[in-house]
Design a protein around this ligand. Structure first.
Ligand code: BG6
Length: 478
């Protein structure tokens, strides 16, 4: 075929991620006619895959079946990679350019040998078309291992061939943060220490750890959620405007924010972070009965630069909490002087802007209004924007749709660069280390369906603040 081809090679095609995320994303892109016309898909998986899984996968791939190819193979075996090469050659045919996107949908422990294998088999060099690599999170388990992984990646691929996934960046509302900040002129002038009191970023989940006990007990919430998703949200809130909406410019600005985050000393972690564990966590399968793994954390970070000096960023995330919700709340400063009567125990109200990443995507802006009739009484009101109202009938696509298309198009804007990954580890490593010191607080228990340990509320209280629940004007979370 002289028109050329693009092949998505999924290593680990029998895995959970492939079934839960990649296949539905590909099927949806296909139904919208958004997949490149010349796209072929080659699934590679180890032969010990369970038949039932394989059948289930094939069933879901039915819509795409004419483009699907499958090969039993182990990415860590050079011999099997030769077979993959042969298979690719037969899919690609002769003539035209042949592009390949290698997707590592594998256990993270296999990333290293998968990358070196692709290098040794000379599958990484742009030859008769481009070659790119997509790697899932977690990228390393700490700074040292992430550096090693980056070294291996760079010995095989150029950085611009490597696409490290943080699926939060593929979420519509996360991208909208940049549009909100940089396509509007009214917020940016206020977006600094002169007008913002503090920022809260909450990623709460109702999910427990389910079948992932083995993974999770080694990982904990700081590695699982903070190193990637929460810090990514923080960088998008705090970054300077890039000079262009383009991968390098964007990621340069994000790296500057990560660089500017004040590192927490391990022996001082108790003053800046609160670990929590849901009460029945130690009974979960795969979890040690004495486990001190944090399933919840609240962390106060400071961004030491001109714009943000003195503005705390409070980050929290946990499993088994009351709601599934990801929200960013910007609390502005209070008016400097209040003309209107307040009840004795009331503080001068502050405006807040709540950005809902999920669910009920949108934002709320809170402000004070005069209550009708009542002489000079005020009430907090809200301006609300909801995606489902504004774009009714338009479903919000899953993050993987966007990320797969971007990787196929070679746009790395929504992927994490090697230096970003390393900076992020260097921020969470000392916190994780601190939590493991004998002097550090043990994780505080919290009940399932709560908002986390009460210590996290006290933590805010000592700063004279409270966790805010967006969409419930002015009220602190119960
Ligand atoms: C993953 C974590 O990266 O993100 C999971 O490993 C977590 O533990 C998930 O549940 C949350 O993603 P989302 O898109 O459901 O908010």
């Amino acid at each position: 075929d002289s028109n050329g081809s693009t092949t998505l090679v999924i290593f680990g095609a029998s895995g959970d991620l492939t079934r839960r995320k990649l296949v539905p994303a590909l099927a949806s892109l296909h139904s919208k006619g958004r997949l490149p016309l010349d796209l072929q898909i080659l699934g590679v998986a180890r032969s010990d895959m369970d038949d039932e899984q394989f059948r289930a996968i094939l069933a879901e791939w039915a819509a795409l079946s004419s483009r699907i190819h499958y090969l039993h193979g182990d990415v860590t075996s050079l011999q099997d990679l030769e077979a993959v090469k042969d298979k690719l050659a037969s899919i690609e045919g002769n003539g035209g350019s042949h592009n390949r996107l290698y997707y590592l949908s594998l256990a993270p422990s296999l990333y290293r040998s998968a990358m070196s294998g692709l290098g040794e088999s000379r599958m990484s060099e742009d030859f008769d078309g481009w070659r790119r690599l997509v790697v899932e999170k977690p990228f390393g388990t700490d700074l040292t291992s992430a550096r090693e992984l980056n070294d291996v990646a760079h010995s095989v691929f150029r950085e611009d061939q490597v696409f490290r996934i943080d699926h939060y960046l593929g979420k519509e509302t996360v991208q909208n943060l940049l549009v909100f900040r940089f396509a509007n002129a009214i917020f940016e002038p206020l977006w600094n220490r002169n007008y913002i009191d503090h920022v809260q970023i909450t990623v709460s989940e109702t999910l427990k750890i389910d079948e992932r006990g083995d993974y999770y007990d080694q990982t904990g919430v700081l590695r699982d959620m903070f190193q990637n998703h929460l810090l990514q949200l923080l960088t998008l809130v705090a970054m300077e405007p890039p000079h262009a909406f383009e991968a390098e410019a964007l990621r340069n600005e994000k790296v500057k924010v990560l660089n500017a985050i004040r590192r927490i000393r391990p022996d001082d972690v108790g003053r800046h972070a609160i670990p929590g564990q849901y009460r029945t966590y130690r009974d979960e399968s795969g979890v040690s009965p004495e486990s001190d793994t944090a399933t919840y954390a609240a962390v106060r970070l400071h961004v030491d630069n001109w714009r943000w000096q003195g503005v705390p960023f409070y980050l929290r995330s946990g499993k088994a909490l009351r709601n599934k919700s990801t929200e960013i709340i910007i609390q502005f400063r209070s008016p400097p002087h209040m003309l209107f009567p307040l009840a004795d125990d009331e503080d001068i109200p502050a405006n807040t802007l709540a950005i809902f990443v999920q669910p009920d995507e949108g934002f709320h802006l809170e402000f004070q209004t005069k209550t009708p009739e009542a002489e000079l009484q005020m009430r907090t009101a809200e301006l609300e924007f909801h995606y489902h109202e504004a774009f009714s009938g338009q479903a919000i696509p899953d993050a993987y749709e966007r990320l797969l298309l971007d990787a196929l198009n070679g746009d790395a804007s929504l992927f994490t660069r090697s230096d970003e990954i390393e900076q992020a580890w260097s921020i969470v490593d000392p916190i994780i280390e601190g939590f493991s010191l004998p002097t550090a607080p043990r994780p505080y228990y919290y009940s399932e369906g709560s908002w986390g340990p009460v210590e996290a509320d006290r933590f805010m209280l000592t700063d004279g603040r409270a966790w805010l629940q967006a969409g419930r004007a002015g009220s602190a979370m119960p």
